[in-house]
Design a protein around this ligand. Sequence first.
Ligand code: CP
Length: 349
Amino acid sequence: MTDQLSIADPHCSDKEGGLLIPCDIPGADAWAKRRHLLDTADLTVPEIECLMALAVKCKKLHETTRAPISVLNNKIVANLFYENSTRTRSSFELAAKKLGASVLNLDIKTSSITKGETIEDTASTLVAMGVNAVIQRHSSSGAAHKLAQALNDEVHVINAGDGWNAHPTQALLDLFSMLEIRPSIAGCKIAIIGDITHSRVARSNISLLKKLGVDIHVAGPPTLIPKYLASLGATVHSRLEPAIENADFIIALRLQIERQQQGLIPSIGEFQRLYRIDHKRLKLAKPGVHLLHPGPVNRGIEITDELMDDTNVSLISRQVASGIAVRMALLFLLLSEQTPSKQRFSNVV
Ligand code: CP
């Protein structure tokens, strides 16, 4: 991972905190031109590397300074969550506030959405109030693309999860967490286990990790693996064991229990018997394997309690912490008016 980004702040010394300054590294110019983050599919490798490098700086900044810095202090970020969330919504709020932005958390239940106002009209209303970025989670696949089209280029749209389609910042924070363990993941074997069909996390991870040369294996009940998955470049298994054999990382997915009334698996017990990851099964993987899960975890169903709480293996808490750093970096890259080519920024560093 490149480490050419610098942190400095013209308003305070490096010791006191810092302004994040992207210098001329590949990817920074592309971010300066990008309006939205809707999926990982259209991210280039230089953009991914630039974001990861900046997130390293953001993580240090978040851990070492308490007070917000002022890089986005004239910006307003709106959280528009039509579906429940703990991690994504909270970490976007913390990330935006850390960079000095104002945050508007629209309470969907008490908003005019309950009177039938459309997604587009709701967002346009927020834009008219001066909102610079809309972070949206919605149960419909494609909702983020629809919003970005409707709002044209007036505002930045960040997809915080749309239906079964995409959850780009989750994939990016998963990548960041893995890069903290290994400096490069090219050539790694990564297994993605469980309910693939309903998982926007799986789709965003596959498209991101393929770009970086990862060998991706998926396993789950055949009824929970879409037919087209092999065409995305993943090796598909119906049994857990060959998928996790020699794996460097395992990503367990949440079994979307609310959808199991549709009879997609015989029973939760059968799923546990065949696909739950425990210390014994982990012995098939590479020594030093690490386990990720996007959360929320159904304790004891996808992973045993003992494994989930084993911090030598489980990266779950690290993923949550990474979420703030990655979202700080993303908000900065999308919203900052600084461009890498401006001389004054390289002078500051
Ligand atoms: N991983 C994830 O998206 O969690 P939340 O639903 O809590 O945001």
